[in-house]
Design a protein around this ligand. Structure first.
Ligand SMILES: [Zn+2]
Length: 137
């Protein structure tokens, strides 16, 4: 059976973000944590923005949070999204204070700044599971 996913995919071999995509494939939301000052950061960067350390690791973080900001897409900026218009993309602030950008699923009437959300993972290819957010109805 051939599965076709016709939307953009992340580079799961990216040296900075590769560990994040490996974790999403296992259904885990993660962030970098500086090995020296323990500051969490996302998206991944090669250097800690707090202490400039290059010594880092990855840790599991909270998969719940609230919508920090959002947009409703009424135009498809990639042909793969044409059949899903309109759809919601949000910046979610998880309970660890980190910001993640992703699709939001659930009742549109419940989408608002401050609305509680929880993460979900969709295996769109054998190598890629994309995190998105579900707003409670
Ligand atoms: Zn640091």
């Amino acid at each position: 059976m051939t599965t076709t996913y016709d939307k953009p995919l992340p580079d799961v071999d990216d040296p900075d973000m590769g560990p994040f995509w490996a974790a999403t494939r296992q259904g885990r939301l993660t962030a970098q944590r500086c090995a020296d000052c323990t500051t969490l950061r996302f998206p991944a960067t090669p250097v800690c923005g707090t202490c400039l350390s290059e010594d880092t690791g990855w840790v599991d973080v909270s998969g719940t949070g609230t919508i920090w900001s959002y947009a409703v897409y009424h135009r498809a900026f990639h042909p793969g999204f044409r059949g899903e218009l309109p759809y919601v993309v949000a910046i979610v602030e998880n309970t660890d204070g980190l910001h993640y950008t992703g699709r939001v699923f659930g009742p549109r009437s419940a989408v608002a700044v401050g609305a509680p959300v929880s993460v979900r993972f969709d295996a769109v290819t054998p190598q890629v599971s994309l995190p998105s957010w579900v707003v409670a109805g």
